[in-house]
Write a protein that binds this ligand. Sequence first.
Ligand SMILES: [Zn+2]
Ligand SMILES: [Zn+2]
Length: 231
Amino acid sequence: MTREWVALGTVCVLLGSNLFGLIYSMLVLKTNIFKSFRIQSKSYQASIFSKRMPLFVFNFIILISVAGVGSYLIYDSIDTSFIPIWMIGLQILFAFIIDDIWFYFFHRWLHENKFMLKNIHSIHHRATTPFPLEYLYAHPLEWMLGMIGVVIAFALILVVMPINVYALWGFGLLRNLHEIHIHSDLELPGFSKIPFLSKTKHHDDHHSKLAGNYASTFNWMDRIFKTTFKK
Ligand SMILES: [Zn+2]
Ligand SMILES: [Zn+2]
């Protein structure tokens, strides 16, 4: 697999997951098929999607540029062979854990630092009743700083072994799908059965109550540091 194919694959993973996010958003906003699974009863503003669109596009361009160029540049550190599936799974799990630790402290700081909350993070919190693609709706500075966790995670993997391309793509895909889903305002059956994984309600409460629940992928960081939102 050439350098170009690795970069193209990364871009395709992000295009695909965000296309899914777009369809998911349309189903949530324009139809009633998920109505019985909604967490909040508030209805969405009619023009909410077009209001959010410019920043969605801007941040999506940042995302595919950073990820596409990044995977092109680190090609020499990427292993493109098929390795046992458990090793791919282990790299993905490790990346999720490190990324979530970064996200927890970064996100908590965005709330505890009043300047950052007022001028930067308040943009993401315009969504009190989020819909899937609003995971992209954040100040571009917050959006880019949020990616540092992924860089740290893969840099740490690199200390021990090469980054496997399927782990890189798998992580990108699953992380995006999870981010899209936790902004859906939907509690779908099945997802609540996965242990330690943060449910939509966890992040939805963060958006509607603006307190606690700072982690994204898992819920253990909030449990350890006693920042789980309690009614
Ligand atoms: Zn927040
Ligand atoms: Zn959010």
